[in-house]
Ligand binder design. Structure first.
Ligand SMILES: Cc1ncc(C[n+]2csc(CCOP(=O)(O)OP(=O)(O)O)c2C)c(N)n1
Ligand SMILES: [Mg+2]
Length: 388
């Protein structure tokens, strides 16, 4: 019997090599290089089909809010020196992330910020005095979370991930297409609450975008002591969550990547994880001395990747920004900062009894007892003052 070529091609199943099944993890993995649409000098890179560039009017608005955001940030730092703020964690250098992220969501979506996100909240349109209320030392967050769809700024690391997952699940359960945007830092991805939040969201397909701002430090702990993962975006695959990494100092890329992540979640596909590679230019807070754990050369290298200058260069080259527009915006930013200063210099009036309001819908007997005790102590102090 002669063997025809067709017979060889129809080799028996035993002799045929088993086809490799498609790798189910592959679609979940981020690009091996962070997505970038502008180079560090603001020159556009070749257009990409996976991340189309946002419309130019949106980029102008992004720039406007970044300039105001940076001015807000320097003003808040100055207010700590004047004793008007107890503490302020600056996000200078992270403007592309702070503003790009909130521009990617709707007003009806929910934002879950950390203590680092004051700039994001003012970019979302919340009154800056309200945003700084908690950092001023008041007992409440300043704004009504349900009115502005923004949770209070979270200081216990990663707890906001669990809140975001729960809210997103509840909204979807009630038939609404709300997305929850949870901000989180690089260090906080080591916390149990990050695991619980992302795992719950993945299993129950809750529409959450987990947005990791990897600013390379958790106070003094550098990323190299935080994780051995090749990138924090790779953490998504273990939970079955698609992920991406982006140049966090490229405002155009941050907005493009987050827009796609938000659309993914809104369409009912479950959560998405984005890691933005960025850098905190200032110390952790005004109470920290960053020169004790990082050197000036490192900071200088990141100064050259400034996100505000990068977008400005690009918009000028596109012909939608000129000297006059830049000067006008600088003037607006000064007026904005002056108004913030004036209002923060007004002494707040705080009623100590309000401490007992809003703790429970119905106060417990213990709370009522404590409230009466404080009331009596305050009355006694007033009597003493009167006698003196
Ligand atoms: C559960 C918990 N543990 C520890 C702290 C103390 N703490 C405050 S900020 C911080 C570092 C967080 O770093 P990262 O998540 O990278 O965010 P970044 O401050 O850089 O924005 C730590 C350890 C805390 N607030 N909550
Ligand atoms: Mg960090």
């Amino acid at each position: 019997m002669t063997t025809t070529p067709q017979a060889v091609r129809r080799a028996s199943p035993r002799t045929r090599r088993a086809a490799t099944p498609p790798d189910p993890a592959r679609p979940l993995l981020p690009n091996t290089e962070p997505v970038r649409l502008l180079d560090p000098t603001g020159t556009p890179l070749p257009a990409r089909t996976d991340y189309p560039e946002p419309p130019v009017e949106v980029l102008r608005e992004l720039y406007r809010r970044m300039v105001l955001g940076r001015r807000f940030d320097t003003q808040a730092t100055a207010l700590t020196k004047q004793g008007r703020l107890a503490v302020y964690p600056s996000s200078r250098g992270q403007e592309a992330c702070q503003v790009g992220a909130v521009l990617a969501v709707r007003d009806t979506d929910w934002v879950f910020p950390t203590y680092r996100e004051s700039m994001a909240l003012v970019a979302r349109g919340i009154d800056p005095v309200e945003v700084l209320t908690l950092l001023r030392g008041d007992w409440h967050c300043g704004y009504d979370p349900t009115e502005v769809h923004t949770a209070p700024q979270c200081t216990p690391l990663a707890t906001q991930c669990v809140h975001a997952a729960g809210l997103a699940y509840g909204e979807a359960y009630q038939g609404r297409d709300t997305v929850a945007l949870a901000f989180i830092g690089d260090g906080a991805t080591s916390e149990g609450d990050f695991h619980e939040g992302i795992n719950f969201a993945a299993v129950f397909k809750a529409p959450v975008v987990f947005f990791v701002q990897n600013n390379r430090y958790a106070i003094s702990v550098p990323l190299s002591r935080q994780t051995a993962a090749p990138s924090l975006a790779y953490k998504g695959v273990g939970y079955g969550v698609p992920s991406e990494q982006v140049d966090g100092n490229d405002p155009v890329a941050v907005l493009a990547v987050l827009t796609r992540a938000v659309a993914h979640a809104r369409a009912g596909n479950g959560p998405f994880l984005v890691e933005a590679h960025t850098y905190r230019m200032e110390a952790h807070t005004n109470a920290d001395d960053a020169s004790r754990y990082r050197d000036g050369a490192e900071v200088d290298a990141w100064r050259d990747r400034d996100p505000v200058a990068r977008l400005e260069t690009y918009l000028r080259a596109r012909g939608v920004l000129d000297d006059a527009a830049v000067a006008e915006l600088a003037e607006q930013a000064e007026a904005y900062a002056a108004d913030l200063r004036t209002r923060m210099n007004e002494q707040p009036t705080v009623d100590p009894m309000s401490l007992f309001d809003h703790v429970y819908a119905e106060p417990t007997p213990q709370l009522i007892e404590q409230r009466e005790q404080v009331r009596a102590e305050l009355a006694a102090a007033r009597d003493e003052e009167g006698d003196a």
